[in-house]
Write a protein that binds this ligand. Structure first.
Ligand code: CA
Length: 347
């Protein structure tokens, strides 16, 4: 190998190694969670958004109109807060160093007319835009949980409707909130957790004034709902905890409670563009409403699939239900283990 070719080989290899080294030390801007995780529409509040490589952040952009914000400051997450994280058990030395956790303090405004629900945002930095973060926009006044509230007798008094921002900080922690309700009212409890990046696996239990458990939901995870028709006027207490009995700074949640309409489910799950049909709907405080006919919008009829229906029990002599492709199949199983089969018909 000539001297020139040796030099070119070394120079090229060095460039590759340098670029790899530089790349290995760089992490993309990320957003992990927002504290508190939501805002009441028509208000302005200050939030702490935690992530990595957010230094130099100069703007925040949202997925929906009606939300706006400005970056107030960026700093490393304090050690006192990092100490509240769940400790990881590491048996081998990690290949990459953990990126430094950074927090941006942001002032966010939600217009009174904006859509309710979980919205997305990104932080703009000199290194590019961050991964998406989430923020819930709700209709009710916001409240920050106050400890001590672990025992039923310590239930924090709240007026309905309200949204409480809470935290299951340590294993075995419970949060109790007490309210008064009238006979016949259907009170709805809605917890948002995994949907906004929380580690909480929420459980809810409702107790009456005598301390008797009258309703619970221990099944759902990312978003947990419970509705209860009050049989006797009086004081009730809703208790929130973690199904796994864990707790940390990441086990946060939003609990909305009040006598508000809540759509728990509908069937079928989809609709062909340009078509209209009744959906079965169910939930809480829906009155006599059992069906609804939503109008599809914003989709080009030529760009969507046809919809087909599969029968759970194939007709005699037929092993599957024919459907033309492309199709979207919708089916509701009433018994576990039953399988619907669709087959493309021979042309
Ligand atoms: Ca507590």
């Amino acid at each position: 190998m000539s001297d020139l070719r040796k030099w070119m080989f070394f120079f090229g290899s060095s460039l590759v190694l340098l670029s790899q080294a530089a790349f290995s030390q760089t992490s993309p801007p990320t957003v992990s969670f927002t504290t508190p995780p939501g805002i009441q529409r028509g208000t302005r509040a200050t939030f702490v958004i935690e992530g990595t490589d957010l230094s130099g952040a100069n703007d925040i952009i949202f997925s929906e109109p009606g939300l706006s914000g400005k970056i107030l400051s960026v700093s490393e997450v304090p050690q006192s807060r990092l100490a509240l994280e769940t400790k990881k058990v590491s048996v081998v030395r990690p290949y990459f160093d953990e990126p430094v956790k950074v927090q941006a303090t942001v002032e966010i405004t939600a217009e009174p007319w904006m859509a309710l629900g979980t919205q997305q945002f990104r932080i703009i930095t000199p290194h590019g835009s961050s991964t998406p973060g989430r923020l819930v926009v709700s209709a009710y006044s916001e409240l920050q949980e106050r400890e001590p509230n672990d025992a039923l007798s310590q239930g924090e008094e709240v007026s309905l409707p309200v949204t409480v921002n809470g935290l299951i900080l340590k294993p075995g922690d419970y949060d109790n909130f007490s309210f008064r309700a009238l006979a016949g009212q259907e009170i709805v409890f809605l917890i948002t957790a995994g949907e906004v990046g929380s580690s909480l696996d929420p459980v809810m239990e409702l107790y009456d004034a005598q301390g008797k458990r009258v309703a619970s939901n221990t099944d759902e995870r990312d978003r947990s709902s419970l509705g209860f028709k009050i049989p006797l006027a009086g004081r009730y207490t809703i208790r929130v905890g973690d199904y796994q009995q864990n707790g940390s700074i990441r086990h946060f949640y939003r609990l909305s409670l009040g006598q508000f309409p809540f759509l728990k489910g509908r069937y079928p799950l989809g609709l062909k563009a340009g078509a209209t049909r009744d959906f079965k709907v169910w939930g809480y405080n829906l009155g006599e409403t059992r069906t609804a006919a939503p109008q599809p919008f914003g989709m080009m009829p030529s760009k969507v699939m046809k919809s087909a229906r599969c029968w759970p029990r194939p007709k005699p002599g037929r092993r599957s239900t024919p459907c033309r492709l492309p199709s979207a199949v919708t089916r509701r199983s009433k018994r576990p283990g039953r399988i619907a089969v669709c087959k493309r018909p021979r042309s």
